[in-house]
Design a protein around this ligand. Sequence first.
Ligand SMILES: N[C@@H](CCC(=O)N[C@@H](CS)C(=O)NCC(=O)O)C(=O)O
Length: 202
Amino acid sequence: MRLIGMLDSPYVRRAAITLRLLGLPYALEQVSVFRTFEQFRAINPVVKAPSLVCDNDVVLMDSTLIIDYAEALAGRSLMPTDLAARQRALRIIGLALAACEKAVQHVYEHNLRPTEKVHQPWVERVDGQCASAFALLEAEMKAVPVPTTEQALDQAGLTAAVVWTFTQALLPGRVEPAAHPALAAFTAEVEAFPAFRALPHA
Ligand SMILES: N[C@@H](CCC(=O)N[C@@H](CS)C(=O)NCC(=O)O)C(=O)O
């Protein structure tokens, strides 16, 4: 299998770390949807990262769907099976992915548009949604114990940590660590795990 995309994408990184934690062999090809658009387009004409080229050449996209396939392939999952724990995990993943989407929209609005075409009401809406998602995520993470090994990490913790690292790297000062101490402390521990160190945000 080939996972296509850059590790500075939180979606690519969560898929890459998940594949590794599931013990699935794959090659990571760091092709950029921006800097190497044509190269990416030759692999997936939709140009979405991550893209997973499966062993039978079928191309999957969207990190959550790639993770779904990977878990079926591996015969195990990073999601809890207990209903209450699964509901909590789904809540955390939903908040983390919403926060991530809004952070990405902020970056696109400022980095891809000429300054005179930035639409301030839209930026304010996106920033407000991003702040709400991170505040709610912080409230959830207060109750999540930090795993002592990467084997104990579930998809909720994995995704929350990847999204926090991404946001701190791309939008420094915009989502304050001091206002999100649980998320910041959780991520600091999890980023020290071997899978996270082997696949750093970069
Ligand atoms: N919901 C998707 C989002 C993926 C996504 O938006 N990836 C970005 C890179 S961070 C991308 O492909 N951007 C190029 C584009 O949308 O044209 C997922 O979970 O994989």
